[in-house]
Ligand binder design. Structure first.
Ligand code: C5P
Length: 340
């Protein structure tokens, strides 16, 4: 018997890049939010040895460079079990889209494999394996609204945001995350050169101040103390009030400043979403996916129509609070076609 797990996507509600660390990663702060679009991952274990990955999408590697492979290999070692593990991935999310699909696939593999082996891992062991394999994996062990710190792998469940209507546009461009980080470093170096500053420590401090300011703003927003206009009022529900305040916080994704100049078509997608009435629009991760949050389903559906008329692939969905995330993981609901 194989185990199937839905592998949901995430978006980033703001992302601030901090200083480059000695280990080659960047310190960052972000709010991850799981959404209801998903891939499907199926794992089965039989007698024998070895790992096998099957996916119809040729862009998905079938060797140890695949995050699913790396997770499965570590789990077998950790549990000291042997077996032939087959992982099939039904890909619906974009590859290199900034929606965390490869990371989510890996966590789905972890959960399915544990179930297949009937040997649950301890929670800290799960987190250890996930963070070893990639910065974006641990968030999928929490789900819902999640604060990401460190290199993104230190995750803290936040009080869940209500479910927002969301449109995710997926321009057919793959953006490499390491390249986007390298472009960010070049940009910072250029700013530094412009200011003729040689004291790198000073800019590291500035950089840390920026990311800490982000954390403060986010906490104030989530606590409802950001601005008094955020109080749910006549004709406005809590979701809409929170959305309006999110815009007022001014939080943004730092990757936009390096990805948009390199791929102007992605900036155009953001503008198209803004024109179609989204309350908050942002690049997700390092892109290329751009998401818009909407006050209601009707305007989200209209936005998808307009984007598609302009040959921009887009889907309407909803953000996925934690409880629903976990309820749907092993379920066979219809969340992938919200509004259909
Ligand atoms: O952790 P993950 O495998 O997703 O990271 C891929 C690459 O992205 C890293 O090798 C690094 O170049 C870059 N990265 C970074 N800072 C982070 C996360 C990723 O520089 N916080």
């Amino acid at each position: 018997m194989a185990t199937s797990v839905r592998s949901f996507a995430k978006i980033n509600l703001g992302l601030k890049i901090g200083p480059l660390r000695e280990d080659g990663f960047h310190e960052l702060r972000t709010i991850y939010q799981t959404v209801a679009l998903s891939d499907q991952v199926r794992v089965d274990v039989s007698k024998g040895l070895g790992l096998e990955i099957a996916c119809k999408d040729p862009r998905v590697p079938d060797d140890e460079s695949n995050t699913c492979w790396r997770v499965a290999d570590r789990i077998l070692r950790s549990l000291k079990v042997r077996g032939k593990v087959r992982i099939s991935i039904e890909k619906r999310l974009p590859v290199q889209g900034g929606l965390g699909s490869a990371s989510s696939n890996a966590v789905a593999t972890m959960l399915a494999l544990e179930k297949e082996l009937k040997q649950p891992l301890a929670a800290d062991e799960r987190l250890r394996i996930a963070s070893e394999v990639g910065s974006d994996l641990p968030l999928f062990l929490v789900g819902g609204t999640v604060l990401g710190t460190g290199r993104g792998e230190q995750v803290y469940p936040l009080e869940d945001l209500p479910s927002f209507h969301c449109v995710i546009a997926t321009p057919e461009v793959g953006v490499s995350t390491p390249a986007a980080f390298a472009d960010w470093d070049k940009r910072c170096a250029a700013i530094l050169a412009d200011r003729k500053l040689s004291d790198v420590k000073l800019t590291d401090k500035e950089s840390l101040d920026r990311i800490n300011m982000f954390s403060r703003t986010i906490y104030e927003w989530l606590n409802g103390s950001f601005t008094p206009t955020g109080v749910p009022g006549k004709g406005r529900d809590r979701a809409e009030a929170l959305l309006l305040d999110l815009v007022r916080t001014g939080i943004e994704n730092d990757f936009e400043s390096v990805v948009f100049p390199k791929y102007p078509a992605i900036r155009e997608v953001k503008r198209a979403l803004e024109r179609s009435g989204a309350k908050y629009v942002s690049l997700s991760g390092s892109g290329s996916a751009v998401f818009g949050l909407f006050a209601d389903q009707e305007s989200a559906n209209q936005a998808v129509k307009k984007l598609e008329q302009n040959d921009i692939p887009a889907q309407a969905t909803v953000t996925l609070p934690r409880e629903r995330y976990w309820n749907e993981l092993f379920g066979a609901g219809r969340l992938n076609v919200i509004g259909a």
